[in-house]
Design a protein around this ligand. Structure first.
Ligand SMILES: [Zn+2]
Length: 95
């Protein structure tokens, strides 16, 4: 499987109007922790049911999201998260 780039994540999410990308769950309450897209900017929201801090989502670089996806050891997870950004990276090796 190929890797994703920051540019294609941004272009895909922005042009497709994707606003929220749940990438994993809180290990305690299982609430989804999400990348959030606002205009052309990316944020990460870690607000969840067991977290008592209600801060605004914190800014992230698109490269952070690309690195997060590319660092996944599971091809299935990598493919799934890329797809949430609207980016197809092919089928998992061996599938
Ligand atoms: Zn939680």
């Amino acid at each position: 499987m190929r890797n994703v780039t920051a540019e294609e994540l941004k272009e895909s999410a922005v042009t497709k109007g994707i606003e929220s990308i749940p990438v994993r769950e809180c290990s305690i309450c299982n609430s989804p922790l999400c990348f959030v897209v606002r205009n052309t900017d990316l944020y990460f929201s870690s607000a969840c049911a067991c977290s008592d801090y209600r801060t605004n989502p914190s800014p992230r670089e698109w490269g952070d999201a690309a690195a997060f996806i590319n660092s996944q050891t599971s091809d299935q997870v990598k493919q799934k998260i890329a797809a949430l950004f609207g980016v197809e990276i092919g089928v998992p090796d061996g599938a």
